[in-house]
Design a protein around this ligand. Structure first.
Ligand code: MF3
Ligand code: CO
Length: 290
């Protein structure tokens, strides 16, 4: 608190009581951030944290790019998983997904093929022509987290599935392009669902985007479907935008045995893309660019 005999906040050099008193000094960005964090339980990252998160995101994106290039007919998802582990090891990073959650996730990446919505576990199945697959790669570098995913199309993919992949990418980008301070969280889901449904697709509502950076999954949760969350975005927020879009029904069914693999209830194809983004003073920055 400024007291009456302190120099005035306006920088005049006069005493506060002789100058702007009783007008209250404007709140500093640090004070505003503190209030925001208290009100919404969302951490606004410092410059130093953002630098660290940016590096982790770049590492995740570069790893993802290498994995996508290696995903070809005849390659198994387990081989891609081993490649991810190797890249992390050499880069002094760790895979965030490995042993995550309960039961501990048995993969360094998620490989979600065709009707699998997300959280597919790498296995010995070889990729075949016509497969569409999401590779989800989240890495921890120097204690900071990056999270991204992309679709790959193996060999000859049907026009229908190619369209799904393209529309899902566009849906993610529409969710990203509106981002700036003051935009409400529900506007992201609105941008995504209005577009996806205009293409005749459904939007998965069982999984959401999330804050990321200091932890793998932080507040806020960011739905991709129509919702009511009026939390305003603020500079320093880092979170994912990762819509899952289905050809058929939106409902997901979790595999009873492995308790991770999420499939569409009607076994029709699903696609997903994911970036980690930073809210800046006047817009956004995509952090997971290779
Ligand atoms: N990377 C996924 C996400 O976007 C999370 C995967 S959960 C895991 O949030 F267990 F597979 F790691
Ligand atoms: Co994510």
């Amino acid at each position: 608190m400024i007291s009456r005999n302190d120099p005035c906040f306006c920088g005049s050099g006069k005493k506060y009581k002789k100058c702007h008193y009783p007008e209250k000094p404007p709140e500093t960005p640090a004070q505003l951030a503190k209030e925001y964090e208290k009100k919404y339980d969302i951490i606004l990252k410092t410059k130093e944290q953002i630098d660290g998160i940016r590096k982790a995101c770049k590492f995740s994106a570069m790893t993802l790019k290498t994995l996508c290039e290696a995903a070809k007919e005849g390659v198994t998802t387990k081989e891609l998983d081993n490649l991810a582990r190797e890249i992390c090891r050499k880069g002094g990073a760790r895979a965030a997904s490995l042993n995550y959650g309960s039961p501990p996730f048995q993969g360094a990446i998620c490989t979600s093929i065709n009707e699998v919505i997300c959280h597919g576990i790498p296995e010995d199945r070889k990729l075949v022509s016509g497969d569409i697959m999401n590779i989800d790669c989240a890495c921890i570098l120097d204690g900071y987290f990056g999270d991204c995913s992309a679709m790959v199309m193996i060999g000859d993919v049907s026009d229908e599935n190619r369209h799904l992949v393209e529309v899902t990418h566009e849906a993610m980008m529409r969710g990203i392009k509106i981002l700036k301070p003051g935009v409400k969280i529900y506007e992201i889901g609105e941008a995504i669902e209005s577009y996806a449904t205009s293409e005749g697709y459904s939007v998965v509502n069982a999984f959401v985007s999330h804050g990321v950076g200091l932890e793998f999954h932080e507040e806020p949760q960011v739905p991709h479907h129509y919702n009511n969350v009026k939390t305003p975005l603020a500079p320093g927020m880092t979170f994912t935008v990762e819509p899952m879009i289905n050809v058929g029904v939106r409902e997901a069914v979790i595999d009873k045995n492995d308790r991770w693999t999420a499939r569409t209830a009607d076994n029709k194809p699903s696609a997903q893309w994911e970036h980690t983004v930073l809210i800046t003073q006047d817009g956004y920055e995509i952090l997971t660019k290779p």
